[in-house]
Unconditional design. Sequence first.
Length: 549
Amino acid sequence: MGGLARGLRWLHTVRHLRPVQVVGRLWFHAHQPTPDLSPAPEIRVAGRPWQPPARRLPSLLSQNSFCFLNQGHAIETPSDWNHPDWDKLWLYNLHYFDDLNAESTEDRTSRNRALIERWRMENPPAVGVGWEPYPISMRLVNWIKWVLAGNTLDPVWVRSLAVQARYLRRRLEYHLLGNHIFANAKALVFVGLFFQGDEAQHWLKKGLALLDRELNEQILPDGGHFELSPMYHSVILEDLLDLLNLLRAYPDAGVGPAWEARLCGLIAAMRQWLAVMCHPDGEIALFNDAAFDIACPPAELETYATRLDLSACAPASHPIHHLAETGYIRLSHGAACVFLDVARIGPDYIPGHAHADTLSFELSLFGRRVLVSSGTSRYGTSPERERQRGTAAHNTVVVDRQDSSEVWSDFRVARRARPEGLGVVQTQDGIQVHCAHDGYRRLPGRPRHKRCWKLGQGYLSVRDEIEGSFAQAQARVHFHPDLSVEIHDGCSRGRLRMPGGQTVRVEIRSGRGVLEKTTYHPRFGVSETNSCLRVNLVGRVSEIELHWD
C-alpha cells in the first residue's frame, strides 16, 4: 500500500473519533501519575449477604501455572508477569485474578492467597501490564468479590487495593471508551462501596457518574450492547448483575433504590436480547469479535440472575425477532433457526471489535450449527487477525477481493459498510428478508450488494445481486466442522451429513461453486479445519438453496 493510500486509510479511521478520545490519548501517554501509597480507608461492613457470582472455569492449574485463551504458561520469575514473548491479552488475563471467583475456588484458597501476595511483591505500583487501567479494574472487582464471598485480605493487600483504586481514578480510559471505560466505572463503584469515608465516597460518586452516562450510551433500546458483539454483551450483562449484587450487599451506603430499579430494568432487557441471540445449543452467535469461554456462558448468567431473585427470562419463541437498534434478526421455522446480520458494524467512534461481516448469517438445523461465522481466535496485529475480521471469513459476499468495511490492524476500521433498504415479510409460505449495503460503493464501478433470504418449511434460499460494475464477486458459506460435506455435479449440487444422521441438500441455483478448506475459531487459541463453499456470481447474481426434511 502506497503512502497516499495509507494516509487516506488513517484519515477515514480517525475522522470518526470523538474529541475526548484524541485528547485522552495524548494525555494518557504524556502523563503517568505518581502512585499514592497512603493508608487505605476503613472497610465498610456489608449489610446483607453477597450472592455467589457467575462462575468461569478455573485458570490456576498449579501454584505457578495458568491456562488462559487455551494457552498455558508458568510464572517462574517476577519478569514473567510481563513476558515480552507472550500475547498481551494472555498477560491481561493473568493480572485479572478471575480464578478467585471461578468454579471450586474454595479448593484453591491457599494457592490464591499465595498468588495475591506474590502479585503484590512482584508488581510494584505503576510498573508493567498489571498497572494498566483495564487489568486494574478487573482485579479490583475480583479481589472484592472474593472478600464478599467470605475470604479475608491481609492488611497489606487492603492497602494495595486502595493504591490501585487511586491510580485507576487518575488513568481512566477516555481514549478508548466502550467496554473499557465501563469496566473502569464498575471498579470505582466496587471500591467506593467496599471502603468508607470521604475518599471512598469520591470513588463512588465518580463511578456512578460514569455508569450513568455509559448505561445511557451503551445499552440500546432493544437491550443490546452498542459494540454489537454477543460476547461483549454477555460481559456487560455480568457486570450489571455484579453491580446489582453489590448494591444489595450495601443497602445503607446511600446509593438509593432508583439505581437498583434501573439495573433491574436493564438486566431484563439484556437477558432477553441474549436469549434471542443464542443458537439452540445455548451458546451465542459469533458476530463481530466473539468466541466461547471469554464471557460466562448464557446459562451461567441465567443461573446468577435466578440467585438474585430476578424473574425468569422468556425463551425466544417467535418466528421473527427483529432487534431493530442493534440490527440483528432471528428467524425460526420448523427445524431451522437463522441469525441475520443487517447491522452497522458498531459505534462510529469505537468500531474496534467489528468484523467486515455485513449481511452475513448463521444457521442451525435440528439443534446443531450448520453455517457458521469463522469466529475469533486472537487479538493483536497480525495477518491472521485481519483475515478473521475480513469479509471472506463470513457468510456474505466479497467483491473484487475487498472487504465490505476496511478493517485493518488489530482494532481499526476505515470506511464502513452501512445497511440500507431492509424489509421483513412474513407470508403463509414462510419469511423473507431483504437488505443491501453500501460498503463497496468506494470501489470503481460503485457496486452495491443486495441480499434476499427466504426461509420456509424445509428450505432456506439466499440470493445475492450486485448492482454497478465489478470484476468478480463471490458468495461464501462456511460449514461447521462437525458436518460431512459432499459437493458434486460440477459443484452445483451436494449434501451435508449431520452428526445426528440428518441430511441437508445443497443446490446452487445460480453461480459457479468451488469447495475449499478454511478454518473455524469458536474459542481463542483454537483453530479447527472446516469447509467453505465459494460461489462465483454469474452475471450479477448467485443463489444458494438448502433443503432438509
